[in-house]
Structures are given as C-alpha cells and as structure tokens.
Design a protein around this ligand. Structure first.
Ligand SMILES: C[S@@+](CC[C@H](N)C(=O)[O-])C[C@H]1O[C@@H](n2cnc3c(N)ncnc32)[C@H](O)[C@@H]1O
Length: 261
C-alpha cells in the first residue's frame, strides 16, 4: 500500500517494513522496555479506547475515518499514536506506523503479525527531520505528541514541520495532538531548586503549536484542548523533581487538524 510514497531506497527492507536510518534522532529503549511492550503495552493499545472517549481526540479519529485516506502515524512510539483508535473505528483504513527507533518498529510488526491475522498496518523507520517521502505523496499524517517528542527544540520542530509540509499533498491534512508547557517560571524554579541544569528548550522562545503551524503555511481547520497533563515521576526526571518538591508542572495537550492549502 505505502510502497509508492518513498523518494529513495531504504537502507533495509522486509515485506511491509522499510528502514531508512537516522536512528540517533529517536529515543533509546532498553530490554526491560521491550519486555513490557511485548507482554502488556501493545495489547493494551488495542484493548482501550484511548482517543475515543474524549471529544477533541475523537474528532481527529472521526475525520481520518471519514476521509478514508491511507493514514501515516509519525513518531508512533510504543503507544502507536492514533493507529489503534483509527483501526477500532474502521479496520479497513490502511495505516503506516513510523518511528525513528528501528527495534521498536520491528517488534511492533512481529507482535502484530503474531497476534492478529490481517492488520492492514505497515511499518517504517525514519526520522521526522529527514522524511524519506516524495513531495506531496501523503494525504493524511498524524500522531500523538509526535512533533513534540523530537529533540533540538525550536529548530527541530521547524525542521519536522517543513518535512511534513513538503511531503503532504495539497489539501492533505495533519491530525496532531501536541504539547505546550504551562507556567515556565515554575518549571525553571524546579530546575533551580533541584540543582538540575534547565533543558535547552526552556532557554528558547516558547511558541504555541497554533503559531508554528501557521508560520509553516498550514491552515488550521480544527483546534481544541485535549487535556491537561500533570508531569509526574513516571514521565521523566523533571516530573520526579517536581513531585519531590510538591510543585505542579502542567502541560497542555491540544488537538489540531492542519491542512496544506
Ligand atoms: C513519547 S513517544 C511519543 C508518543 C507516542 N506517539 C504514543 O502514541 O505513545 C516518543 C517517540 O518519538 C520518537 N521520536 C523522537 N524523535 C523522533 C524523530 N526525530 N523522528 C521520529 N521519531 C522520533 C521516539 O523514538 C519515541 O518512540
């Protein structure tokens, strides 16, 4: 289904799976992570209604299904982004699960092929900073905290958005749930009080995803708050420090449908 979209040969190929390199751009996972996913998380993704019990995220899934275009999920991570919810609403929509981490993509394919007979899901490993897709070749991209998960701060977000815009067809859409920090002064205080060096993103101008999409030429068709997330010890060292100090650090997650005019 997705074999026609690429603009170059993959570094490695197996049926329904393409690997393009730039793995260093993604996250590192250890053996324990893979075991948890195989034994629990992958199954959990398909057994819950993660994005179907919230109006803002359900709107995104409904629109993907209504348009009936093959759907490409970006930086799908072990949660696989919006794919399990899209498949739950309409199993016929072809989906491509993509992430920079090659082993994650391979394990995902293995698990799905073993557990499900016909999934209609294909797999690709690539970085959002260098999307190996021809200009205007994709009609529907999306993801949950996909662009927000990239490194390199504003320049990384800009690079990913340029690549998404370049490879989207005219009238193609990006269905994205992205994250913004609330109360940056409180966050800087947590860094200071816990003796940690502030992450580089906090020394940069904080831009909204709305502005980023507009600056990159997108037209925003839909924008709604999805939920507020309180950073906790399971998230990262900042969440651990905030809990220890009794400070609330919140992130606003917003749902967008952005179109390439
Ligand atoms: C926290 S997950 C994102 C959430 C995920 N979409 C979900 O549904 O659970 C972060 C993922 O982003 C991937 N990632 C980070 N930077 C990336 C990049 N530049 N290109 C592609 N994937 C990237 C990581 O490898 C990791 O799997």
């Amino acid at each position: 289904m997705f074999s026609e979209i690429w603009n170059r040969q993959p570094r490695e190929y197996e049926p329904h799976l393409w690997l393009f390199g730039n793995e260093q751009d993604g996250d590192y996972f250890d053996e324990e992570d893979f075991l948890i996913w195989q034994n629990d998380l992958f199954e959990h993704n398909f057994s819950t209604d993660r994005f179907l019990n919230n109006d803002a995220s359900e709107k995104l899934i409904d629109e993907i299904v209504r348009n009936r275009e093959p759907y490409v999920d970006l930086a799908c991570g072990p949660g696989m982004g919006l794919i399990p919810s899209v498949k739950k609403k309409c199993s016929e929509i072809p989906c491509l699960a993509t992430d920079a981490n090659a082993r994650l993509i391979k394990e995902l394919k293995k698990w799905l092929r073993e557990k499900k007979t016909e999934t209609g899901i294909e797999f690709a490993q690539f970085s959002l900073f260098d999307i190996p897709v021809a200009d205007c070749a994709v009609n529907a991209y999306g993801g949950f905290l996909s662009i927000s998960s990239t490194r390199n701060g504003n320049s990384g977000y800009d690079c990913a958005l340029s690549e998404i815009f370049r490879t989207l067809a005219t009238k193609g859409r990006l269905y994205a749930i992205e994250s913004e920090w609330l109360d940056v002064p409180a966050i800087l205080k947590v860094f200071e009080m816990s003796g940690m060096h502030p992450w580089s993103c906090f020394s940069e101008e904080q831009k909204t995803w709305h502005d980023r999409f507009i600056n990159h030429g997108f037209k925003i068709l839909y924008e709604e708050p999805y939920l507020k997330h309180r950073l906790n010890e399971d998230d990262n060292e900042l969440g651990r420090a905030a809990e220890k100090l009794g400070v609330q650090i919140e992130m606003q997650w917003n749902a967008f449908i952005a179109e390439k005019p």
